[in-house]
Design a protein around this ligand. Structure first.
Ligand SMILES: Nc1nc2c(ncn2[C@@H]2O[C@H](COP(=O)(O)OP(=O)(O)OP(=O)(O)O)[C@@H](O)[C@H]2O)c(=O)[nH]1
Ligand SMILES: [Mg+2]
Length: 404
């Protein structure tokens, strides 16, 4: 028997050295953590000591393993697993001549060590299979698919959805047994996104509700949006609209809505607490539709969300619309949406589409929180710069000029 000691950083390093120096039939007899180098006992580095041995007449029985797409990885995985198997065998069946009986404590230590090595190897194997898949995916991805991936990630579409989309197109490409052109890839992407968004579309503000609350972070365009929608209802549809505002935090806030109320000839009630609401509704009992403006707050704080929510309680058929500006950060929008969805808010309205060219947040909010998009606002002009959310218009914006 030939025995050799290796001092390495990690076991896999030793495995390849053992393999090349002692051959494929070598077994690992022992591994232990040691400290080397340093100065006066300090700065010592952690290393692993591996004792390996080779018996001249040992047969090599290969184990069939699950294959990866990469022959190099397969070879490495097989090598490591064979070594692990032999390590286990070496522990269970000691080489001849048999050593003295192993005390119980030492045998437990051995079991732990054996388990440690097996766990390490399993982790390593999983990592290598994953790596091999990634390499395979990247190598297999066609140029138009890579372009689509880059484009959608730049649009800040959730990476998990981007992966799902690409996988679907890749599968279709595989079935078609040919590489899709950029136009085809963009068309398939548009069709898939349309299919995903379709169940959430077609929901403006419900026609049967009498009270609509608008909530959302500071400055997203709640008051402006209310003016735009009220103008549409009064001027185009001839409906009797009333305003309520609870935005008494800023002195100018009430005046802002009052200006629109005067222009549109719409009555306005100001409420300071939930108690005032009953009085306000009484004052507006003639109105067919009531839009309620609320103060913009930092709604990443759940406390503010519960505060505004307490103001929205009403016995009337009502609906709450979360207003979000696309100039906000995607992650912050998701945090706000998450809080409001816990309070049962389902409708969302997007503003300031004119101030950005990044539209992925809309897709993420609809798909991840099941929000129903109502309108898209893209400008400061009252009443013109607002339109119902339309999937095809949105998809054109999302897929952009890179599209066909
Ligand atoms: N570019 C652009 N600006 C908008 C849009 N909607 C609103 N604004 C502008 O955004 C600014 C804030 O609008 P407000 O309506 O006061 O926003 P708010 O959400 O009521 O603000 P607070 O009540 O302070 O929370 C104003 O200058 C609006 O003209 C939009 O769709 N596009
Ligand atoms: Mg406002």
């Amino acid at each position: 028997m030939r025995v050799k000691r290796y001092v390495v950083n990690a076991l896999p390093e030793a495995v390849s050295m053992i393999r090349s120096e002692l051959g494929k039939d070598a077994v690992i007899l022992n591994t232990k953590e040691i400290k080397v180098g340093g100065f006066m006992g300090m700065f010592r580095k952690k290393k692993m000591e591996v004792i390996a041995a080779i018996e001249s007449n040992q047969a090599n029985v290969p184990t069939p393993q699950q294959r990866t797409a990469n022959p190099q990885v397969d070879a490495a995985v097989e090598q490591i697993l064979q070594t692990a198997q032999r390590t286990a065998t070496a522990v269970m069946e000691p080489p001849v001549p048999a050593p003295a009986p192993v005390p119980v404590k030492e045998s437990n230590d051995r079991k732990e060590r054996e388990q440690f090595i097996i766990d390490e190897i399993r982790d390593l194997r999983e990592y290598m299979v994953k790596l091999s898949k990634q390499q395979h995916n990247l190598a297999a991805m066609s140029e138009p698919l890579i372009q689509l991936k880059v484009h959608l990630l730049e649009q800040e579409m959730d990476p998990a959805w981007v992966e799902r989309l690409l996988q679907g197109i890749e599968e279709k490409q595989h079935e078609a047994e040919g590489e899709f052109s950029k136009d085809q890839v963009w068309e398939l992407a548009a069709a898939q996104i349309d299919e995903w968004l379709r169940p959430y579309s077609g929901s403006g503000i419900s026609s049967h509700v009498r009270v609509v609350h608008f909530v959302g972070p500071t400055g997203v365009g709640k008051t402006t949006t209310i003016a735009k929608l009220a103008a549409e209802q009064t001027l185009k549809k001839g409906r009797k609209v009333g305003f309520i505002t609870s935005d008494t935090y800023r002195i100018a806030a009430v005046d802002q809505l009052r200006t629109y109320a005067t222009i549109l000839n719409v009555p306005l009630e100001v409420v300071f607490s939930q108690m005032d609401l009953t009085r306000a509704f009484k004052q507006l009992e003639e109105q067919e539709l009531i839009y309620m403006d609320t103060a913009g707050r930092n709604f990443r704080s759940e406390l503010h969300v519960s505060e505004v929510n307490s103001l929205l309680q009403t016995t009337e058929p009502s609906e709450t619309v979360l207003v979000l500006s696309l100039t906000g950060k995607t992650r912050d929008m998701a945090a706000v949406a998450d809080h409001f969805s816990k309070y049962g808010v389902r409708k969302v309205l997007f503003t300031k589409l004119d101030e950005t060219s990044v539209y992925g947040a809309i897709f993420n909010l609809i798909m991840n929180f099941e929000f129903l998009p109502t309108y898209m606002a893209s400008g400061q002009t009252v009443p013109d710069d607002i339109e119902l959310f339309q999937i095809d218009v949105y998809i054109n914006k999302l897929l952009g000029s890179n599209g066909p």
